[in-house]
Design a protein around this ligand. Structure first.
Ligand code: ZN
Ligand code: MN
Length: 285
């Protein structure tokens, strides 16, 4: 694995100038995650996953993460009224994403993976990607390919059943819960104090949001479900599942002849991936 920021520019230029290197950009948030954990799991977890995935690829590097994210929402992150949570306006994030992609493209990169660690970022990253690809086209660059993913989407049902034997309340209520706390216990144990975990039932919200938010709907701890059942072992399993699933997807997209199929043919070609057997079919439109 190569850290982009730690390279000298001459070596960096040689690596990226032909557009073949895959660059990972982790995107997180500075957000309270309960009294038992530091405020940066949304940055540290996708960065660690990016590094582990990059190590499994032939030609990949990890760019410094975006350490701030879009405003915490009450039903997925406790809310932006919480102390410590330090957020960007949507357009700041969107333009940051756009600017970084355009700069990487200027250096020669054509394969970028946006590794999201904070749910609320998703659509602002999408918009930043879309603006970048559109503006690059105006500059005559038509072969930029950007992948976006959120790591928890790679945790599938069998793992969920194994890790949540008492039932799973959904990723939105996992803020500061078993998923993030277990991963942090595995990756950065010194940033978690399990003695400070507040055990409470999952947060209950109405099927709508109100602005300004009613702070009383957020559990006083700031977590949306209890991290009581978190463990280092669960973190290790989660890390393994995410790294394997993401590596397979990135390889499918960027190391198979996917790019040839979309750039060389004039017809639109959609590659379809069948993950279990890693087979690939194509549909001509
Ligand atoms: Zn989080
Ligand atoms: Mn978050």
């Amino acid at each position: 694995m190569v850290s982009m920021a730690e390279l000298d520019w001459v070596t960096y230029q040689k690596t990226v100038s032909k557009g073949k290197a895959i660059i990972f950009l982790p995107i997180g948030a500075l957000e309270q995650h309960g009294p038992h954990m530091s405020m940066n799991p949304d940055v540290l977890i996708p960065t660690a996953i990016s590094e582990a995935v990059a190590r499994r690829l032939n030609n990949a590097m990890v760019a410094p993460p975006i350490a701030y994210g879009y405003k915490s929402q009450q039903q997925s992150g406790g809310g932006n009224h919480m102390s410590g949570t330090t957020s960007l306006d949507g357009e700041t994030l969107m333009y940051t994403v756009r600017d970084i992609i355009k700069e990487l493209a200027r250096h020669g990169s054509r394969k970028i993976v946006m590794m999201n660690g904070h749910y609320e970022n998703s659509m602002f990253i999408v918009e930043g990607i879309d603006l970048a690809i559109r503006e690059l086209r105006w500059d005559g660059i038509t072969d930029m390919n950007v992948m976006i993913l959120s790591y928890w989407d790679f945790v599938e049902d069998p793992t969920i059943e194994l890790l949540y034997p008492d039932g799973f309340t959904g990723w939105d209520l996992e803020h500061g819960g078993v998923l993030e706390t277990s991963l942090m216990l595995h990756l950065y144990p010194h940033l978690v104090d399990i003695n400070k975990i507040v055990d409470h039932p999952p947060a209950k919200f109405p099927p709508y949001d109100m602005f300004p938010v009613n702070p009383e709907l957020t559990p006083p701890s700031g977590t949306l479900s209890s991290a009581k059942n978190a463990s280092k072992e669960k973190g290790e399993i989660l890390m393994k599942v995410c790294v394997e699933g993401i590596s397979l997807s990135v390889k499918n997209v960027f190391e198979v002849d996917y790019l040839k199929s979309v750039t060389k043919k004039n017809s639109l070609t959609i590659p379809i991936y069948v993950p279990p057997k890693n087979q690939r079919k194509e549909v001509e439109l």
